[in-house]
Design a protein around this ligand. Sequence first.
Ligand code: SF4
Length: 250
Amino acid sequence: MHPPHPHGVNEEANAKGVREGEQVQAVLMDLYRRMYAAFGDRGWWPAETAEEVVIGAILVQSVAWSNVVKAIGRLRERGLLGLEALHAAPVEVVAECVVPTRYYRAKAQKLKAFAAHVHERHGGSLERMFEQDTDALREELLSIYGIGPETADDILLYAAGKRSFVIDAYTKRIFSRLGLVDERIGYEPLRAWFMRHLPADVALYNNYHALIDAIGHHFCSARRPACASCPLLPVCRYASSQAADAQPAV
Ligand code: SF4
């Protein structure tokens, strides 16, 4: 048995591992306001062009952003921070530039595969590729070597400006600790849940995911979450259950 949810969301998670009900949108927006009060507008994605967003989204797989910044700098120095340049460059040269990211040989192949796809299907133009509607573009992105759902949604939201919610490990951890979704929930059901309940606003999606990333990075670590200073403490089931466990038995 769980204690009553701090947000007053009383239904148990349904068979898909998410809570439903009219109040879910209000809960999500309340969480947004709390995160926004702490971190404001995050101004994502940290890149100068849509092509740089795509390159960063591929490079950030399984690695910290600080490593990506180093690799982006090396690509820029070599004149390779663009899809057509990547398409023309030998894979070994690309791999040498992205050494600071883990699995750099595979990352170089993924960058080359994406660049080749855009070159062959869209004449090297991301703008032309992004003219499709969101579902068709997502399907095409997922068909490219090395592009999984999180990378596809990063590209859709932050490079193409399409309404597609991004899920990452922080999202699952934080929202399951808040008591709103099952910790074993899959990527697609969790993405669909956010998209069902959040207002259809690309700018909101953009900053919502960035704020989740900030909470995960600064407070909600896997092993030792810093609940005492987290802006979500007043509405977090995990934190309230930890506090209850810490009470001395009477
Ligand atoms: S209060 Fe603790 S468990 Fe809850 S979201 Fe914040 S850091 Fe994570």
